[in-house]
Ligand binder design. Structure first.
Ligand SMILES: NC(=O)c1ccc[n+]([C@@H]2O[C@H](COP(=O)([O-])OP(=O)(O)OC[C@H]3O[C@@H](n4cnc5c(N)ncnc54)[C@H](OP(=O)(O)O)[C@@H]3O)[C@@H](O)[C@H]2O)c1
Length: 304
C-alpha cells in the first residue's frame, strides 16, 4: 500500500482534484470532512469538526503528509457572521491539525497549508513573495492564517504554505460562474478590466502540492500561481474566444455590484479587484509549468 496523505477539508474543489492526482501517483488518501462519507472509490473519508481533537487525529499519526484545505468559501456576501466563519474555520483547523501533529508518535514529514495571494490586496504592481501586503478584510484573513500556520516552528514536519492564485479547473472553482456568464452573452470585461488575474491551471497546482509534499528542499511560503498573470479584460476576451463568443459589452462597476449581490449572492470585490503576482520562488527552484498561455489552459479545461 502507498504512503498515506491526509487532506483536511479535502472534499472541496482543490482537495478532490489533488486527491485523485495523488491516487494516480500511488498514494493512499484520507479526507477529513465534517460530513461522513465512508468510502468514495479509493478515498477514505474520516469525520472531524475542523476545530477539536478527536479519533480522526489517529489518521495523522504515521501519515506521510498533511495538506490543509479547510475554510469556509470566500464566495459569499461578507456579513458579520460569514466573516467570522471565514476566519475561524481557517485558524481553528490550522491550530487543531498542529495539536494533532504534536501528539504523534510518528509525525508526518510535511505539513502543507493552502493559503491565498489575496494577502497582497488589490494591486497592479508585480508581487513576488516579498511584496508588501495590501489592506482590507481578505488581507487580514490571510495575515492571521499565515501567522497561525507558522506560530510554532515544527522541526518535523517541514512546513510549506502555498499562496494560491485563481485556480482554473474543470469541476468548480471560479471558472464555473465566468463560463456561465459567457454562455449567457454576459461575459464582457468586468468593471475597469484593469484588475489582474493571477491564474494557474489546476494540473500545475497539483504538481506544486506534490513538490511541497515530496521535495525536502521546499519550505516556507510560495506564491502558487502561473508565471503569466493577465488583466481581467484579457482574461474575459480569451474565455470568450475559447467558448466561441464574439465581443460582448463590458459590465460596468455598478452593474457588477448589483449582479453580485442580487443574482450571484457574492462579494463584488472578488470580481472587481485583483493582483499581479508571480511565482518567483517556484521559478527559482526549477518548477516546470505545463500551462503559461491562458487560451491553451482554457481550451484544455473547456474543450476536452
Ligand atoms: N479555489 C481557489 O482558486 C483558491 C484560491 C486561493 C485560495 N484558496 C484556498 O484553498 C482552500 C481550498 O479551496 P477550495 O476551492 O477547495 O475550497 P472549497 O471547495 O470551498 O473547500 C473547502 C472545504 O473546507 C471545508 N469547510 C468549509 N467550511 C468549513 C467550516 N466552517 N469548518 C470546517 N470546514 C469547513 C469543507 O469541507 P467539508 O464540508 O467536507 O467539511 C470544504 O469542502 C480554501 O481555504 C481557499 O480559501 C482557493
Amino acid at each position: 500500500m502507498g504512503k498515506k496523505i491526509v487532506l483536511a477539508g479535502g472534499s472541496g474543489f482543490l482537495g478532490k482534484s489533488l486527491a485523485n492526482f495523488l491516487l494516480g501517483k500511488g498514494y493512499q488518501v484520507v479526507i477529513l470532512s465534517r460530513n461522513s462519507a465512508p468510502l468514495d472509490g479509493q478515498i477514505k473519508y474520516v469525520q472531524w469538526d475542523g476545530k477539536t481533537l478527536g479519533d480522526w487525529a489517529s489518521e495523522i499519526d504515521g501519515s506521510y503528509a498533511v495538506v490543509n484545505f479547510t475554510g469556509k468559501s470566500v464566495n459569499c456576501i461578507y456579513t458579520k457572521k460569514n466573516r467570522e466563519e471565514i476566519v475561524s474555520s481557517r485558524l481553528d483547523s490550522v491550530r487543531v491539525l498542529r495539536e494533532a501533529i504534536l501528539q504523534c508518535k510518528q509525525p508526518p514529514q510535511a505539513f502543507v497549508q493552502a493559503g491565498s495571494l489575496a494577502i497582497f490586496g488589490d494591486t497592479t504592481e508585480r508581487c513576488d513573495e516579498n511584496a508588501p501586503f495590501g489592506s482590507g478584510f481578505s488581507v487580514d484573513v490571510c495575515k492571521q492564517w499565515e501567522t497561525e500556520f507558522f506560530k510554532e516552528a515544527l522541526t518535523t514536519p517541514r512546513q510549506v504554505l502555498l499562496r494560491i492564485g485563481f485556480a482554473l479547473g474543470k469541476d468548480g472553482g471560479a471558472l464555473e460562474p465566468l463560463k456561465k456568464l459567457v454562455s449567457l452573452n454576459l461575459g464582457g470585461t468586468v468593471g475597469s478590466g484593469k484588475q489582474y488575474i493571477s491564474w494557474l491551471h489546476i494540473d500545475d497546482l497539483n504538481n506544486m502540492f506534490l513538490e511541497a509534499i515530496e521535495n525536502t528542499s521546499y519550505s516556507g511560503i510560495y506564491n502558487a500561481t502561473g508565471p503569466t498573470p493577465i488583466t481581467n479584460k484579457e482574461f474575459m476576451k480569451s474565455l470568450r474566444n475559447v467558448m466561441g463568443k464574439g465581443w460582448t459589452p463590458p459590465a460596468p462597476t455598478p452593474f457588477v455590484w448589483l449582479g453580485a449581490y442580487l443574482f450571484m449572492q457574492t462579494e463584488p470585490s472578488l470580481a472587481l479587484t485583483g493582483r499581479n503576482c508571480v511565482p518567483k520562488k517556484l521559478v527559482d527552484s526549477g518548477f516546470t509549468f505545463q500551462y503559461t498561455d491562458i487560451e491553451v489552459a482554457l481550451k484544455d479545461l473547456i474543450s476536452s
